[in-house]
Design a protein around this ligand. Structure first.
Ligand SMILES: Cc1ncc(COP(=O)(O)O)c(C=O)c1O
Length: 414
């Protein structure tokens, strides 16, 4: 294969993205908001405040990261690739894309490699949204969907999850006659719960012509269900997002894939696309991603470790009478803290345990990421102690701002 070509985005179209990006930075407000240089002072300040450090002994179970970090196979690949870091090495990306495509039997040009999935998720959303192209999405779910809709001035149609915390595809279809996109997170963030594949297939087959279904499979490796990537192979109007930030433990290293028909990936160019510095994956991350994909024991082993610790933690909480949203197949779950979640989060921080945020649809629940066994033991002790405090007791505690969102969407927050 031509080494000037990444499999998802040809060098020609890639350069078009970059070219369009610089033009769009001046003419297109959404893109201008994505460039750090263009971020108003307040946004920059908020971003750095969000990065405030936690003490070294804090148990951090707030951002759905993987406490195991990158696999040994990935670390070894990074070390051997690092010495070649003086070269651009387009072929490294192509090799990684080939391995990914091989895993899913994908046709050529049906995937593209990015630094993480946040960037391409914004592009997938933004290239299909606008004032006359609304977004239909589940509530509660990952906020990147509605935030991208706001940037594009697209009407937002949140649809409550079902009683089992699945996306309510029938209600989503009824929400608007001609949306630009439906956004489905599976497993869902923050609940970890699944939307059955047959429901998603039903939506894809019954949706209005012209809209796309974006299926965010950031946490899919932790689940027992089948991926929706095969719908892309069937040339459906579907965009599937994958990341190496979760089960592969590469949140800081940054690698992710968009999987879609080539015309849907090409459409990203219409919204400017990220500048080259945002779009290009380092060869070390590309090598780590490839090594992780080739490490066949990795996913089953990590899925089991995470699932066992999640089950143990949820059983502990349930046995002690706390209400947990059941059915998580992700590396997280939601628990009812019977007081405003933010207040509980602050109380837990005083115990050196950073739990996740809350969602407006469930203000008294916090999201908890599954950490190591030792971390979850500390969590349990702190949780019981904080729940035993009367509601309101933590008011006035020093607030610690924790990073909640990912670049580049972080920059959108006005
Ligand atoms: C549902 C979902 N999608 C996408 C992302 C983005 O992850 P990344 O940019 O690290 O791939 C996250 C991160 O937490 C997420 O929860």
């Amino acid at each position: 294969m031509n080494s000037d070509m990444t499999q998802g985005v040809s060098r020609r179209s890639f350069l078009r993205i970059v070219g369009a990006a610089s033009a769009a930075a001046t003419s297109f407000p959404a893109f201008a908001a994505m460039t750090p240089a263009a971020a108003p002072a307040g946004q920059t300040a908020r971003r750095s405040r969000g990065m405030q450090a936690l003490s070294a002994d804090t148990v951090v179970i707030s951002s759905n990261e993987n406490p195991l970090g990158p696999a040994q196979s990935a670390l070894t690949a990074i070390c051997s690739m690092g010495v070649q870091g003086g070269r651009y090495h387009w072929d490294e990306y192509v090799k990684t894309i080939d391995v990914f495509n091989g895993e899913f039997g994908l046709k050529k040009d049906y995937s593209a490699l990015f630094p993480g999935s946040s960037g391409p998720l914004d592009l997938a959303l933004m290239s299909n949204l606008g004032p006359d192209k609304p977004l239909v999405y589940g509530d509660p779910s990952y906020e990147q969907g509605p935030r991208a809709a706001e940037v594009m001035k697209a009407p937002k149609y949140p649809v409550p999850l079902t009683g089992t915390y699945a996306h309510d595809v029938k209600a989503m279809l009824k929400a608007h006659p001609a949306p630009g996109a439906y956004y489905i997170v599976n497993p869902n963030n923050p609940t970890g719960t699944m939307t059955p594949k047959e429901d998603i297939v039903w939506l894809v087959n019954n949706k209005p012509k012209g809209s796309v279904v974006i299926i965010d499979e950031a946490y899919h490796h932790f689940s027992n269900d089948e991926s929706c990537i095969d719908l892309v192979n069937q040339d459906k109007d579907v965009i599937v997002m994958r990341t190496f930030s979760k089960i592969y433990g590469m949140a800081g290293l940054r690698a992710g894939f968009v999987v879609a028909r080539p015309d849907l990936i090409e459409r990203f160019n219409n919204v400017g696309g990220p500048s080259q510095s945002l779009a290009s994956v380092s060869i070390t991350s590309a090598a780590a991603a490839r090594a992780s994909l080739q490490d066949k024991d990795l996913v089953p082993l990590r899925k089991k470790i995470n699932g066992d610790i999640r089950t143990e933690t949820v059983e502990f909480l349930t046995k002690h009478g706390y209400k947990v949203i059941q059915g998580s197949q992700g590396n997280m779950f939601m628990v009812d803290v019977k007081r405003p979640g933010k207040e509980f989060q602050n109380a837990m921080l005083k115990e050196n345990v950073a739990v996740g945020r809350t969602w407006s649809a469930m203000p008294n629940y916090v999201r908890v990421t599954v950490g190591t066994k030792a971390e979850m033991e500390k969590f349990q002790t702190a949780f019981v102690k904080c729940m035993d405090m009367p509601a309101g007791a933590a008011n006035g505690a020093a607030e610690l701002h924790m990073p909640e969102f990912h670049v580049p969407s972080e920059l959108y927050r006005g």
